[in-house]
Design a protein around this ligand. Structure first.
Ligand code: ZN
Ligand code: ZN
Length: 437
């Protein structure tokens, strides 16, 4: 990782018990943040189509006095609040929801359907909790705008589209994010999940998550009558063999102990039971956390897919497309340790836990790769009682992307705002050193 900017080094010399954020202050902005949460949850929008979502955030931020630029990299927004000299600190939320049918049974459950990019009608749900991130960001934006005596510098809030397709951060950067706006000195983001009870946050210094690669494999066969396999080359059988062989990459090829996930998330082939189709398509997600392992796994996928097709006498080699990819998110270790102290001071020491790197992925890494030190942390979302019960029973609560994903909103949102404000105030006091405060 690059060296820390001067102001961060200055920040590191400050004690952690400086002003953070209080629960009472959050109570004042909470009802509006909660109302926004319910609205966003009931009205989710798919990746790159977050038109109304972005407009709702932009309108609120504009009213709070932020200078708001819309349509950055599609539906992205950048909201800036200048408050004297000091560093520029960015806080990011995602805007998008997922093609998932909500089954939580909540009174505010989404019933929304939309057309996906392929033109199919799909259900839409905020199954990753980005609605909670947005609501927290608005609560935080309100507190920061109302307490300008507690910080100075430039606060930059961004609503990033299309995180779930790992394309929104890239699109914002391609649209001049670094040249049209002040370059952030540090970037902050959080993610809600059921791996921690609501009220807690998790900190991971260094490697936070994994590299993600999306691969599409189109296997070619020869179509025919289901009753006459001798006239055909069955791509479904090739696909089945390929899927099983791919599972030997992690178990037989890569050194034990290395992080490798190869998941075949979909298989598309055929239309009718008595027709052998002429092609089959597999969609893979691949997770790793070392560049050399990533290279090894991607090469093995390529080799196995081609060899299985060849073994079956396929008329041509499969088409292997690497259609999405993102690098892991790296948390600047010194910054993470520093902000751990800030979070402990704000939330209580017992509510800040150390976590292991996770296997999810994120395009927040695109910002970090621009030389912006990043701090990405986990926000507990689980109902504390259900969390304790699941732990005792050795079971798992629904993960993000599940149709049953339902964070315990009140404590999670409250904690999210507390945590964000504490972190931002701390980072935005970095310049106080020079100003002799
Ligand atoms: Zn997600
Ligand atoms: Zn997410």
């Amino acid at each position: 990782m690059k060296t820390l900017p001067i102001f961060l080094l200055a920040v590191l010399t400050f004690a952690a018990h400086a002003q953070t954020s209080s629960s009472k202050e959050v109570d004042a902005v909470y009802p509006e943040a909660h109302a926004l949460y319910l609205d966003l949850h009931e009205n989710p929008e798919l990746s790159s189509h977050e038109v109304h979502t972005a407009a709702k955030l932009a309108e609120r931020l504009h009213k709070l006095g932020y200078e708001v630029t819309e349509h950055v990299g599609g539906t992205g927004i950048v909201a800036i609040l200048k408050n004297g000299s000091g560093p520029t600190v960015m806080l990011r939320t995602e805007l998008d929801a997922l093609p998932v049918e909500e089954k939580t049974g909540l009174p505010y459950a989404s019933k929304v359907h939309a057309k996906d990019d392929a033109g199919h009608d799909v259900p839409v749900m905020h199954a990753c909790g980005h609605d909670l991130h947005m609501a927290a960001l608005i609560g935080t934006a309100t507190m920061m705008a109302r307490s300008k005596d507690t910080w100075h510098g430039t606060l930059m809030l961004i609503g990033q589209p299309a995180e779930e397709t790992i394309s929104g951060a890239k699109a914002m950067l391609a649209d001049g994010f670094l040249t049209r706006f002040p370059k952030p000195d540090v970037a902050v983001a959080l993610h809600v999940g059921n791996t921690l009870p609501a009220g807690e946050v998790g900190v991971v210094p260094g490697i936070y998550n994994t590299n993600a690669d999306s691969i599409r494999i189109t296997i070619y066969g020869k179509g025919g009558h289901g009753s006459a396999p001798q006239t055909a080359i069955d791509p479904i059988v090739i696909a089945a063999r390929t899927i099983l062989a791919l599972q030997t990459i992690a178990s037989r090829e890569v050194k034990p102990g290395q992080l490798v996930v190869v998941t075949v998330g979909y298989v598309h082939a055929g239309t009718k039971n008595n027709i052998i189709p002429d092609q089959a398509e597999l969609g893979l997600t691949v997770r790793t956390n070392k560049p050399e392992v990533r290279e090894q796994v991607l090469a093995a996928i390529d080799r196995i897919a081609k060899a299985e097709a060849e073994a079956a006498g396929a008329p041509r080699s499969p088409l292997i497309e690497h259609y999405e990819g993102t690098d892991l998110v790296y948390n600047d270790p010194a910054l993470a340790e520093r902000l751990r102290g800030v979070l402990e001071a704000s939330l209580g020491k017992g509510n800040v836990v150390s976590q292991e790197p996770i296997t999810a992925s994120e395009d927040f890494s695109y910002f970090v790769e621009q030389g912006i030190p990043g701090f990405y942390f986990e926000l507990g979302g689980a109902d504390p009682q259900k969390f304790a019960e699941a732990k005792a029973a050795g079971t798992q609560l629904p993960s993000n992307h599940s149709p049953l994903f339902a964070p315990d909103v009140d404590p999670a949102l409250h904690t999210g705002i507390m945590a964000e404000v504490a972190v931002l105030r701390n980072l935005l006091k970095g310049s106080d050193h020079a100003a002799n405060h």
